[in-house]
Design a protein around this ligand. Structure first.
Ligand SMILES: *Cc1c(COP(=O)(O)O)cnc(C)c1O
Length: 387
């Protein structure tokens, strides 16, 4: 027997290979510092854990949840979007809870793409957009994000026949891995492009709540006409240190939300009721928690950025996300540099190459190691000469 061919087209998940190498290195006695994946290292917001304790004991939460979401959850989402972004959404037709952002990406692709349709997504990018297009049997068109364009997609460069045949565009700002941010004017340009070509837009706003200095990331839904063409994915994973909990939501375009409500009962039953209750506490009463976390990441950013610059790498201090995206000196490649940092400093970083062939001049570092470990990483970088 043979497993399905579609699996052959999925790339092995980046961090699976990495985990094996780290294990081997640690077994050799090396004190490895992992700045590879962006998974918050500190515990979930305490108030949320507390709320979960009560919610898990409530028998009403022991039965099947609904894919529509608890009314209290939907109202908490609507109030959050109004308070944070001045965006208003209809709780009956414009919100759907999800098992995190990753699930949202996959199921939105299944909702928007028929076999053979074109899916537009950027490179570099969160690898899941490509997997989602593949599993939906769609064709892909990659939009290269270039430093000269602030890592924003050049929509005018998309060939007209490709744009016409495209059904879905994924974008993500604040951006993983480039840390680039976008403003509402850019989102309005995206809306015009989508309307012109009849394309659904999915904006992945996974990092909206992790912002530095005086920056506050906007919502795609603030753009005029955004709800006519698309939706925004939010996740509690990064802001409230809830990657293990699997909770997020999609808000916006009624047609896509309706399609999700049609699709999802065929696949899952929505997030555990107790987790929805805990998420209400996060969205309603713990809005300052992501700001406290942001201060911690900002402090870590300010430890590592100068260390990278001293090694000859170029980068702007990011305004958001859990990452640094650093450009290498001209003679070096990301595969070589990440290997050397691993071998010679015991520090794991992600090679830009793993986000696509156009990214071999960059490495990505995650700020999700305890601050003393980042100080130690900076010290080890100080002893290295790359070129
Ligand atoms: C982390 C991340 C997500 C979402 O993660 P979930 O835990 O599935 O909510 C989505 N998009 C990007 C770009 C991310 O980096």
């Amino acid at each position: 027997m043979q497993t399905a061919t579609r699996l052959d087209e999925l790339e092995p998940y980046l961090f699976a290979t990495l985990a094996k190498n780290i294990e081997e290195k640690r077994a050799q006695g090396v004190d490895v510092i992992n700045l590879g994946s962006g998974d918050p290292d500190t515990p979930t917001c305490a108030g949320v854990v507390e709320a979960m304790r009560d919610a898990v004991a409530d028998p009403a939460n022991h039965r099947y949840p609904t894919n529509r979401g608890k009314p209290a959850f939907l109202h908490a989402v609507a109030r959050f979007l109004a308070a944070r972004f001045d965006v208003s959404v209809d709780v009956t037709s414009e919100i759907v809870p999800t098992l995190g952002g990753k699930e949202a990406v996959h199921h939105l692709a299944l909702c928007a793409l028929s076999e053979g349709d074109i899916c537009l997504y950027p490179e570099p990018a969160y690898p899941i957009y490509k997997s989602a297009a593949t599993l939906a049997n769609a064709k892909s068109h990659v939009i290269e994000l270039r430093k000269e364009c602030g890592f924003l997609p050049d929509l005018d460069a998309i060939p007209a026949d490709v744009a016409r045949r495209a059904k879905l565009l994924f974008i993500n700002y604040p951006n993983n891995p480039t840390t680039a941010v976008a403003d509402v004017a850019f989102f309005e340009k995206v809306v015009r492009f989508a309307k012109l070509n009849d394309i659904f837009v999915v904006h992945d706003n996974a990092y909206s709540e992790i912002c530095f200095d005086d920056y506050h990331a906007p919502s795609f839904l603030q753009a005029k006409g955004a709800k006519d063409v698309g939706v925004e994915i939010f996740s509690l994973s990064k802001g409230w240190n809830m990657t293990g909990w699997r909770i997020g939501f999609i808000a916006g375009n009624e047609k896509l939300i309706g399609a999700m409500r049609h699709l999802k009962p065929n696949i899952d039953a929505g997030p555990f009721g107790a987790i929805q209750d805990a998420a209400i506490t996060a969205l309603e009463f713990q809005r300052s928690f992501p700001q406290e976390m942001s201060r911690i990441y900002q402090e870590r950013r300010d430890i590592i950025v100068p260390a990278l610059r001293r090694m000859g790498l170029q980068l702007d201090a990011p305004k958001s996300t859990l990452f640094l995206w650093a450009e290498l000196p001209a003679t070096l490649t990301s595969t070589k540099v990440s290997q050397r940092l691993f071998d010679e400093a015991g520090v794991v970083v992600s090679a830009g190459r793993s986000f696509g062939p156009s990214c071999d001049k960059f490495i990505r570092l995650a700020l999700t190691a305890p601050t003393p470990r980042l100080i130690e990483a900076a010290r080890r970088f100080g002893e290295l000469r790359l070129s």
